[in-house]
Design a protein around this ligand. Structure first.
Ligand code: SAM
Length: 360
């Protein structure tokens, strides 16, 4: 069982993931370059693109379109298959509705039709027949841990607030998961294939680690603590809860690829770095000063990707009352808090980009 049942379905995540879209767009050129670096396939062979953690598709179809267009720029008639990977409980209906109907779907790229496919398994396993993939991409997804951490970090919801043994245990869990993820990708990819992966990251270039989403997670913890104080959430569930996400540094991203062994032999690291991606909600507030709109858009962005985890591991087991009503209350409080002081809990981002070549 994955640590999320997927992003909030029915179009909610699609409507509130402008930040993730913006993040993916920053590596469009790397995606194009990576397609060009894949050795030309035999005549008649299918070029297979896999998007790991595709969610409900509005962002996925745009990134896959960039890749399909790059394939067709090189070979206008090359057959292409687009595999969308996500957990079985993902809202797949929404994904295929987007593939079929959105103007920016890859189905509208010139050339022979692109074959849309789903791979409904965890990306901690092989997702396609061995060696079938030529380009793997993944955006805002590979930071989700494989299993819910059981390490106690009583007053915080995020790995980076842990200290000592607890912090080391979380780093070890994230390293093991990343190793498993990459081992599965080594199986998926054909020799010469490329991977372009983006996920939340941590920048260590200026001393104190700068961790993506740290201020957000502190705000989320404080608002949940209010619910504990008011008696609508169990203290024990609050103390147990951690968002099952780990923001790696570029060094942590390289580590399993630099240890002697099968992964080091399978991949060459082309890129491992963090970059800032501007926050679209904050940019808009700075331009129009509309705090209420900012609070709404920021809270909805957060709800899109955290609701499943909060329901399963916080409000489900520990809430007093209907989890959905508690979630409405919780996100309402966050929205008002964000609106009242837009800069205070702003989402800051150091996106980690990793580009790997599957060795021949
Ligand atoms: C924030 S969404 C990103 C969606 C899309 N790539 C984008 O950029 O908008 C993260 C996705 O990763 C998926 N995910 C998390 N853990 C996963 C796993 N173990 N296997 C496959 N997908 C997973 C979630 O279900 C979710 O759809």
């Amino acid at each position: 069982v994955a640590t999320t049942e997927g992003m909030k379905g029915g179009g909610y995540y699609d409507d509130h993931s402008e930040y993730q879209r913006r993040t993916a767009e920053t590596v469009d050129a790397l995606v194009e370059e990576s397609v060009r670096a894949v050795p030309v396939l035999a005549p008649g062979a299918w070029f297979v693109i896999v998007d790991y953690g595709a969610s409900t598709g509005r962002n996925s179809i745009a990134s896959v379109r960039t890749a399909v267009a790059a394939v067709r720029a090189r070979e206008p008639d090359r057959a292409v298959a687009a595999v969308h990977n996500d957990v079985p409980t993902n809202d797949w209906n929404e994904l295929f509705a987007n593939v079929a109907s959105r103007a920016d779907s890859y189905l509208t790229v010139a050339g022979p039709p692109v074959l849309p496919l789903a791979s409904a398994v965890s990306f901690y396993e092989a997702t396609v027949p061995a060696g079938a993939a030529h380009l793997g991409v993944s955006f805002s997804a590979a930071h989700w841990l494989r299993t819910q951490p059981t390490v106690a970090v009583p007053d915080a919801f995020y790995f980076c607030e842990a200290t000592g043994d607890a912090r080391a245990a979380l780093a070890a869990q994230a390293d093991a998961d990343w190793t498993t993820f990459l081992t599965a990708r080594a199986a998926d990819l054909a020799p010469g294939g490329r991977l372009v992966l983006e996920m939340v990251g941590t920048d260590t270039s200026s001393g104190e680690p700068a961790v993506t989403a740290r201020a957000l997670l502190r705000a989320m913890t404080e608002v949940a603590a209010q619910l504990v104080d008011e008696g609508s959430l169990d203290r024990a569930a609050f103390e147990r809860y951690l968002l099952p996400v780990y923001a790696r540094t570029p060094e942590e991203a390289r580590a399993p690829l630099e240890r002697p062994g099968p992964l080091a032999a399978a991949f060459t690291v082309e890129v491992a770095r963090t970059d800032r991606v501007p926050n679209p909600y904050l940019d808009r507030w700075r331009a129009d000063g509309d705090g209420a709109a900012y609070g709404r858009s920021y809270a909805a962005f957060v709800r899109g990707f955290t609701e499943s985890s909060l329901r399963t591991n916080l409000f489900g087991p520990g809430g007093h009352g209907d989890p959905d009503a508690l979630l409405d209350d919780y996100f309402g409080r966050l929205e008002r808090r964000f609106a009242a002081d837009p800069e205070a809990d702003a989402f800051e981002d150091w996106t980690l980009t990793v580009v790997l070549a599957r060795n021949l």
